[in-house]
Ligand binder design. Structure first.
Ligand code: DUC
Ligand code: ZN
Ligand code: ZN
Ligand code: ZN
Length: 460
């Protein structure tokens, strides 16, 4: 079926104009003024913003972690994402130490294939880099379309790799046209502080925060950036939260090195005062933890300085019952918070409406840069002839309130309960199908497609 979207204000990362869009066979086939197609279904976008579908490149769906699983499956998580205007997500495949990348990928394919509602891709988290895994990197990039490799500088014994493995991985990934991404915090220092606090009987969520001070992130960000520079490997820091870490990246620009930076919506909007609420603070126990007001300012400024390239979520929800696993020991609280559904509307409301970022910048960091940096552009991340018709119709003035009672994520609380938002996703197209309209999801389980990604070169 052909669609004709009429009279919308079309926003991309670079443009802002009024026009009509024709969608045929899942793609945008024409953009112009006063278009007409006699047989097409017409969608009236008068008064609405017409923007590319959001891309959240950092989500953990159905992930085994800290003795449990994150509570959104590929089905519920991608459906909630669609409700919030995010049409594509990149989820993490987690290698188990002592096992192959292939085994991990098979496991994740089984979970996501035929269940995801929205489009998805995978990063490969390399937790054990050795001669066997080295030989798998090329296959992942060239055959599987998985071109980004996630590393952890923390979570020793489960996920962390050391600097020897990091250097080897970077050399291998660079050679085949991929990128290394990193959870950049110093795991040894954090482990020391966690053990010290617990030994002193300090077991509340506040000590989760106090065990991951800014220096643990700034040090790791600088070390990762230096190793990426030495090896020449494209590098990307996930969920960067603070001034110290951003300064490491800023310093690297002086030698003309580009390291991509992602922050997450929570680090822009929430701060460490959330850790003063007794055990309720477990809702915001995530790693890295929330920071201070000065870090929020640094991150908003960093977006406008082109140092922060992407706003993601690190969506990793756990039910309250799961959070209670750490009731007597903060180090056992499953790390993570739900946001996959809220990212676009919150970023619009707090960013565009409060004049911290422009409309074009909003599209750039929420849609276009994720596609460009991770090898999906121009199929995804923009509105252009030949692109997938992943399009959202957005009312910039409609007010609503975030609440667990009305969200679609499979989690029994909201990290943003009661937050007043201005701006609402009204209609969502995914590959030319109306996926969301009037608050209903109209595409079935299994509609989501796996998106193979292209090689990357570390430039945008
Ligand atoms: N941090 C989280 O909060 N959750 C998932 C993994 C991570 O690094
Ligand atoms: Zn095995
Ligand atoms: Zn992380
Ligand atoms: Zn994560």
């Amino acid at each position: 079926m052909q669609l004709l979207i009429k009279n919308g204000r079309i926003i991309t990362a670079t443009d802002d104009y009024y026009g009509d869009i024709i969608v045929s066979a899942g793609q945008v086939t024409a953009i112009g003024r006063k278009l007409s197609v006699p047989s097409a279904k017409v969608i009236d976008a008068e008064g609405l913003l017409v923007m590319p579908g959001g891309i959240d490149p950092h989500v953990h769906l159905d992930m085994p972690f800290m003795g449990t699983f994150s509570s959104d499956t590929h089905e519920t998580g991608t459906r909630a994402a669609l409700h919030g205007g995010t049409t594509t997500v990149i989820d993490f495949v987690l290698q188990q130490q002592g096992h192959s990348l292939r085994e991990a990928l098979d496991e994740w394919n089984e979970r996501a294939y035929g269940t995801a509602v929205g489009d998805y891709s995978f990063h490969m988290a390399v937790t054990d880099f050795n001669a066997n895994t080295k030989a798998e990197i090329r296959t992942m990039i060239e055959q599987e379309g998985i071109t980004s490799f996630k590393t952890f500088m923390a979570y020793k014994g489960a996920l962390m790799i050391d600097d020897r493995q990091m250097t080897g991985l970077m050399q291998e990934v660079k050679q085949h046209g991929g990128m290394v991404t990193v959870h950049a915090t110093n795991g040894d220092v954090i482990d020391y502080l966690v053990a010290k606090h617990l030994a002193e009987g300090k077991t509340t969520p506040l000590y989760h925060y106090l065990s991951q001070p800014e220096v643990t992130e700034a040090e790791a960000a600088a070390r990762f950036t230096d190793l990426a520079n030495y090896t020449g490997c494209p590098g990307y820091i996930v969920h960067l939260t603070c001034e110290g870490a951003l300064n490491a990246v800023r310093n690297a620009t002086r030698r003309n090195q580009k390291v991509f930076v992602e922050t997450c919506i929570q680090y822009l909007l929430l701060d460490a005062s959330k850790y003063d609420k007794g055990f309720e603070s477990a809702k915001w126990v995530m790693s890295p933890p929330l920071r201070e007001a000065k870090d929020q300012e640094t991150l908003w400024a960093g977006i406008n300085q082109n140092l922060v390239n992407i706003v993601a979520t690190d969506h990793c929800p756990f039910m309250w019952q799961q959070k209670l696993m750490g009731e007597h020991d903060f180090s056992k609280i499953p790390n993570g918070h739900p946001a996959i559904e809220n990212r676009m509307e919150l970023l619009f409301s707090e960013g565009v409406n409060k004049n911290r970022i422009s409309l074009n910048k909003f599209v750039e960091v929420a849609c276009t840069n994720p596609a460009k940096i991770f090898g999906m552009f121009p199929r995804k991340g923009t509105i252009a002839i030949g692109s997938d018709a992943d399009i959202i119709l957005f009312d910039p003035n409609e007010k609503h309130t975030i609440a667990a009672a009305t969200h679609h994520m499979n989690v029994d609380y909201s990290a943003y309960e009661g937050w007043e938002v201005t701006g609402k996703v009204k209609t969502v197209l995914l590959r030319g199908e109306i996926a969301i309209d009037k608050g209903e999801c109209l595409v079935p389980r299994g509609y989501g497609q796996f998106i193979k990604r292209n090689k990357v070169n570390g430039k945008i």
